[in-house]
Design a binder for this molecule. Structure first.
Ligand SMILES: [Fe+2]
Ligand SMILES: [Fe+2]
Length: 343
């Protein structure tokens, strides 16, 4: 929006568009890419979807770290499938951001230069094999708790991407839980390794829901636009309530001496979160910030030839189709994809 447009009072036409948008959101209808939307709604969605997409692809790194050392063929196959799923999630989400007019190159450039963030959780290291289990159970579990309500988000392409992502995330959560269950029923050393991983991942997982409600700058507006459906603290409480009985079933403990059932609230009370640690990691001072970003930049540079080759191939196919098309024939008839065009 230009400065002039922002300064003057909205025209009658603009007011009508805004009223139609407000009515659609109030009626729980989906906003689609072709629909008019306020510039701030578009910008807020781009910011959120891009940060989400970046988290998916950066999140591949801590677990990919264990693919070569998975203890069995079965575990290796599961972990490879999971890491590939995360790449796919990134793809759906960058696609959703593109429907809002944000270029993928531009978003990746913002990630690589630190102008857009990804989830801080991926700046922690994966020290043992049990970390793969703790990430699946807790990190993917927290992601699901955050993301299930996004399936009803007011922006259509984001909501639809989330439906598919959530199905895959629930597989991720279960494989992590099952991995930890195997370890906790194993030898004493395996049980201790599982407990240590849970001790290290529990608090960072609670931080994944973002700052407390009274310090969350974007929350109120996102709720009004029905991008967000629940507050950070509500979702965090929901996650704690889900995890406590699961930890018990695993035979593991959660590292919080203040955890106790509150009969009156009908929820588990839990201890204070170290928000200073959260802010430090967010600022770039977590254990792996440097490593994650430099690996991401390197992967992007190493993949340049693939992107160039794919673009050259697409241009060649388009030129061939144009040349094969008899003059005057509508493009839809000659340009149907064939086995050859796709190979
Ligand atoms: Fe994911
Ligand atoms: Fe996942």
């Amino acid at each position: 929006m230009g400065a002039d447009a922002a300064e003057g009072p909205p025209s009658g036409a603009e007011q009508a568009l805004q009223a139609a948008f407000d009515a659609a959101v109030a009626a729980d209808e989906r906003i689609e890419p072709r629909d008019w939307m306020p510039e701030a709604y578009r910008a807020s969605l781009v910011r959120q979807i891009a940060q989400h997409a970046h988290s998916e692809i950066i999140g591949m790194q801590p677990e990919a770290n264990w693919i070569t050392r998975a203890p069995s063929l079965r575990r290796k196959a599961i972990l490879m499938a999971k890491v590939q799923d995360e790449a796919g999630h990134g793809l759906y989400l960058y696609g959703a951001a593109e429907t809002l007019g944000a270029g993928r190159d531009e978003l990746l450039d913002k990630l690589h230069t630190g102008r857009q963030k990804y989830s801080s959780i991926f700046n922690y290291p994966t020290l043992t094999w049990a970390d793969v289990g703790a990430i699946g159970w807790l990190v993917d579990g927290a992601a699901i708790t955050n993301q299930v309500p996004l399936c009803r988000c007011s922006y259509g392409p984001y909501a639809r991407a989330m439906v598919r992502i959530c199905k895959e995330e629930s597989f991720h959560q279960r494989q992590g839980y099952e991995l930890l269950l195997a370890l906790s029923r194993g030898t004493e050393a395996q049980r201790a390794m599982a407990q240590d991983a849970v001790n290290r991942w529990w608090w960072p997982s609670l931080m994944m829901f973002g700052p407390p409600d009274d310090e969350s700058p974007h929350s109120a507006r996102s709720m009004a636009w029905k991008i967000k459906r629940h507050s950070n603290d509500e979702l965090r409480q929901r996650f704690v309530d889900i995890c406590v009985p699961q930890a018990e079933a695993l035979g593991l403990t959660l590292p919080d001496p203040d955890l106790r059932w509150n009969e009156e609230r009908g929820h588990w009370d839990f201890g204070a979160i170290d928000w200073q640690e959260f802010r430090d990691v967010l600022k770039g001072n977590g254990p792996c910030n440097e490593q994650r970003l430099s690996q991401r930049r390197r992967a992007h540079e190493n993949g340049a030839w693939v992107r160039e080759a794919a673009a050259a191939h697409a241009a060649k196919q388009a030129a061939r189709r144009a040349a094969a098309q008899p003059p005057g024939q509508p493009s839809g008839q000659a340009a149907r994809p064939t086995e050859t065009a796709r190979s």
